[in-house]
Ligand binder design. Structure first.
Ligand code: NAD
Length: 239
């Protein structure tokens, strides 16, 4: 597999679900990993389980001061920040007449503004290093519409666009920016979705580990010429 020997990776929403799978896989590939999440107990447990190349940082991705503290803690612990996985996200599903402004604002704040704040927070350190890989988690809902997922879809299209503009601006500093677009993956977020109602050519939903390989690839030098790209990991669903 990829050798991330000593690379420092911060994973937002890293305490559970897909983020935890990314944190485990990056760690297994040799990275030093910061699990960043609102969930103290789950985040601490995971960092403890991973051991001395891992730590937990409490992070609210919607909060500027929280980002400043998380990046500072990362640099203090590990002396660098090579990989940022902007994975924290919420769905707030509702048909349009029931999508309150509060729900809309919350999904945009976490899924889109959170990604903006994260990218902005790590860029100074990555520029100083002359390298970095930013991996922004969008969705297949960042490529097509779905009923009842309006704020989510808008935020995920936003993440896709933000990734493109950052890739163009930051390439000259050795910083790569890519987006990943998972399909139906079994986590707490998707327990109420019936896979049979989706037309998935592979005929099943995925488990989080099946997306983690793409994240490790994008974190590693195996993807050294890959920037501004979009990785759909959906079992063929939107083909
Ligand atoms: P999940 O609900 O299991 O995990 C989300 C994590 O994000 C949780 O640990 C939560 O505490 C954290 N989080 C939420 N708000 C936060 C905040 N303000 N600050 C910091 N952390 C916060 O969801 P998941 O299925 O693992 O999804 C992870 C990401 O993958 C999301 O961005 C989601 O949109 C995306 N995604 C998921 C699927 C899927 O099928 N599960 C498909 C496509 C994209």
């Amino acid at each position: 597999g990829a050798d991330l020997g000593g690379r420092v990776a911060l994973v937002t929403g890293g305490a559970r679900g897909l983020g935890a799978a990314y944190a485990r896989a990056l760690h297994a590939a040799g990275a030093r990993v910061v699990v960043a999440d609102l969930l103290d107990d789950e985040g601490r447990d995971l960092a403890t389980e991973l051991g001395d190349r891992a730590r937990f940082v409490r992070l609210d991705v919607t909060d500027e001061a929280s980002w400043a503290a998380a990046v500072e803690a990362t640099l203090e612990s590990f002396g660098a920040i090579d990989v940022l996985v902007n994975n924290a996200g919420i769905a707030n599903a509702a048909p349009i007449e029931h999508l309150t402004l509060a729900k809309w604002d919350a999904v945009i704040a976490v899924n889109l503004t959170g990604v903006f704040l994260g990218c902005r927070a790590v860029v100074p350190a990555m520029k100083a290093q002359g390298s970095g890989s930013i991996i922004n988690i969008s969705s297949v809902e960042g490529m097509r519409g779905s009923p009842g997922l309006h704020g989510y879809t808008a935020s995920k299209f936003g993440v896709r666009g933000l990734s493109q503009s950052l890739a163009v601006e930051l390439g000259q500093f050795g910083i790569r920016v890519n987006s990943v677009h998972p399909g139906l993956i079994l986590t707490d977020m998707t327990t109420r979705i019936d896979p049979a109602k989706l037309d998935i050519p592979l005929g099943r939903p995925a488990v989080p580990d099946e997306v983690a390989g793409t994240i490790v690839f994008l974190a590693s030098d195996a993807s050294s010429f890959t920037s501004g790209a979009e990785f759909v990991v959906d079992g063929g669903m939107i083909a």
